[in-house]
Write a protein that binds this ligand. Structure first.
Ligand code: WTA
Length: 664
């Protein structure tokens, strides 16, 4: 008997809008069935989307791990986010309320509101420009180096409309990082801005792009959006202002949304991994949009009456999925905020909640820890009682941070979860699902895998780990939203994600399951560090370090930080002729910020005479980390250490000696 998976979301919510309570066993039974028949299950979800052509096969698994979801199906992400709503009364609903950072007389100086019809018209004009003035076609890549302004989602949707692929570079990255990504992605055009506001400072993005363009090979044009109207250098024949270009796009421009194959690339987003350069994660259209639809319903319980606010930056995956494609596909009204949540004062974020009556709030542990430090009086100044559901993302949430927000904004009653996922997964994988059935919350947990997702915690031999024992987090079945590949590097895709445990996806995180089956993700098991929830590879920081003339060799590790979760510290060996000094430390720190961007701030630099390495020349990171934290090295070894306990101890003694005796 085929299972009937047609889930009526609204039926599961009680009339008062309260979440549907479920026992852990009820949820587990439902989840088990969804995973057993995961193809049928996901197909039933995908049927909610508007397809130009329905798929031939739910899952083409003929070449694992390169899966194609909804193979043969055709759709368009821009159509799903715009055209679909414009045909209904949602046409006049506010889609985006954008608030700029600067304040005047205690009020935001600029607020822009866009209905779905406004967005539809603007995106069509932008698509017209891309197509007719820049000759962007299906398969071409455009780069977007933009801050949190409404034109960023618009250009993402315009590219998607043409079947082109976009690549957003977070506006906190440097010119080197832009050049590296644009070259790898072979972008033809970069869209940027004349400036942006962040914490009261104006960022000059255009000059960063200018420097990047000295090193790019494929970028021919730069389109500059006027945000701050400060003077920027415009190169003739290459750079144009958006306002000028828009004059050539008719006000009623209409560009047919290109029907694209379900498995065609929607975007490439670069993210740091264990080794090597950042990897371009390529996401598809059909699977990705299906996962976002499901999670917007189950995890966020999104309704027409909601005001939704995801605080992330669109430069990271959270913004791609849960500011742009997820909420707009659902026809939500959402807040988009340009600047720092604590500018000009600690209460900016709760004043935004109050001003617009935010009902669904998606935030991060780093933000919450910062607010705790600021003091609860700031929150109490505002009415945040409109909030009915909250989630957190980016790093493990400590129970104190959970309880603080749960009490002050959640009034100790709203569903509040910590959604685990990553750039690679496209959308949320482990989370409470209050829109479907709500199991009891526990402060700090991620909850359970969402329906259709087969996650587990396993030991290094691939066996399920016992309850409360630390193991590796894996996804055992393909899922819609999974990456198609690493851009231009399928071999690496297989190696990084599917070789440690053949046939299953290795996430790179440590996790435990508690005796009730709740998942608790503990942090990265590899050389990735999460600074304020942002993902940085130690490799990128180390390669920036050795480009400084004084540095011969380096090792970077993350150490715990009260607010940011983790921060990087570096150990360096100096070249002949250089001596340790405070000035040199600062110079080295500046160099890394310059090369990678302001998000790469080293907390400290230690000078060492030797770095601890295994026989296969791998840096013993556990040893380096123990020294950095002033902890003993521990008296066990693991497979990852590749070294005996004696070797570890002597390496530890050497490095901590260096740090103690003033080399450090
Ligand atoms: C971490 C962000 C614990 C994890 C969406 C993962 C989390 C990495 C959580 C991916 C959470 C994200 N609890 N850890 N709720 N959410 N992580 O690619 O280590 O920037 O592997 O994607 O963030 O980071 P990424």
């Amino acid at each position: 008997m085929p299972v009937n998976w047609s889930i009526s979301f609204d039926e599961r919510i009680s009339p008062e809008g309260l979440p549907h309570a479920a026992t852990v066993d009820e949820y587990k039974r439902f989840h088990e069935l969804s995973v057993k028949d995961y193809r049928d299950f996901w197909a039933s979800v995908a049927l909610d989307l508007d397809w130009f052509r329905i798929w031939d096969r739910v899952l083409d698994d003929s070449k694992p791990p390169f899966y194609k979801w909804f193979a043969g199906g055709e759709l368009n992400a821009s159509y799903l986010c715009l055209d679909r709503h414009v045909k209904t009364p949602r046409r006049n609903k506010v889609a985006i309320i954008w608030e700029g950072e600067p304040m005047e007389d205690g009020k935001p100086k600029e607020v822009r509101k866009f209905t779905y019809y406004d967005l539809y018209k603007d995106v069509n004009r932008m698509a017209y420009l891309l197509k007719n003035k820049y000759n962007i076609k299906k398969g071409d890549v455009i780069g977007l180096y933009l801050p949190m302004i409404p034109e960023l989602p618009m250009f993402m949707l315009a590219a998607a409309r043409l079947g082109a692929t976009f690549c957003v570079v977070f506006s906190g990255f440097s010119s080197d990082a832009i050049a590296e990504r644009m070259n790898d992605a072979e972008a033809k055009l970069i869209v940027t801005t004349d400036g942006a506001w962040r914490a009261g400072k104006m960022l000059d993005l255009k000059s960063i792009v200018d420097t990047a363009l000295e090193k790019t090979k494929t970028v021919r044009s730069v389109l500059v959006i006027e945000r701050t109207h400060n003077k920027v250098n415009m190169v003739r024949g290459r750079d144009e202002f958006l306002s000028g270009m828009m004059k050539s796009a008719p006000s009623n421009a209409y560009v047919e949304p290109e029907p694209v194959k379900s498995e065609s690339p929607l975007y490439v987003l670069y993210t740091s991994g264990t080794t090597g350069k950042p990897k371009g994660q390529v996401h598809d259209v059909g699977g990705y949009m299906t996962l976002l639809h499901a999670t917007m319903k189950w995890v966020f319980d999104i309704k027409d009456s909601d005001v939704y606010w995801c605080m992330a930056d669109i430069g990271w995956v959270t913004g791609h999925s849960y500011i742009v494609f997820g909420p707009l596909m659902e026809g939500a009204t959402e807040i988009m905020y340009e600047g720092s949540p604590v500018f000009p004062e600690q209460d900016r974020w709760c004043s935004i909640i109050e001003r617009y009556g935010v009902s669904i709030f998606y935030t991060s542990p780093t933000a919450i820890r910062g607010w705790i430090k600021g003091g609860e009086q700031w929150v109490k100044m505002h009415d945040t009682s409109t909030v009915r559901l909250m989630n957190s993302v980016g790093e493990p949430i400590n129970p104190e941070a959970f309880k603080w927000l749960f009490k002050l904004v959640g009034r100790e009653r709203v569903p509040f979860g910590s959604t685990w996922w990553m750039t690679e997964t496209g959308g949320i994988m482990i989370s409470h699902v209050p829109g479907l059935m709500m199991i009891p919350m526990k402060p700090g947990t991620n909850g359970m895998p969402i329906p259709g997702i087969d996650a587990d915690v396993i030991d290094e031999h691939g066996n399920p780990q016992k309850a409360n024992e630390r193991g590796f987090l894996v996804l055992k079945k393909p899922w819609p939203g999974m990456p198609l590949t690493i851009f231009k590097d399928p071999k690496r895709f297989e190696e990084v994600y599917y070789s440690k445990f053949p046939g299953i996806f290795y996430a790179g995180d440590y996790a435990v399951k508690d005796p009730d089956g709740y998942f608790w993700v503990l942090g990265r098991a590899d050389e990735v560090i999460k600074v304020a929830g942002h993902r940085l590879g130690t490799y990128e920081l180390e390669s920036a370090l050795i480009r400084h003339k004084a540095v011969a060799e380096s090792a970077v590790v993350g150490v715990p930080d009260e607010i940011k979760g983790e921060v990087p510290v570096a150990f360096v060996i100096l070249r002949q002729g250089y001596a340790p000094s405070e000035e040199l430390k600062n110079e080295i720190k500046d160099e890394v910020r310059k090369q990678v961007g302001p998000i790469a701030s080293l907390k400290d630099v230690f000078f060492a005479s030797k770095l601890p390495k295994t026989r296969s020349a791998k840096i013993m990171r556990r040893v380096v980390k123990a020294v950095a934290m002033g902890n003993p090295p521990g008296d066990t070894t693991t497979l990852e250490d590749e070294a005996s306990i004696e070797e570890i101890k002597s390496a530890y003694a050497q490095l901590s000696g260096d740090v103690r005796n003033g080399r450090g």
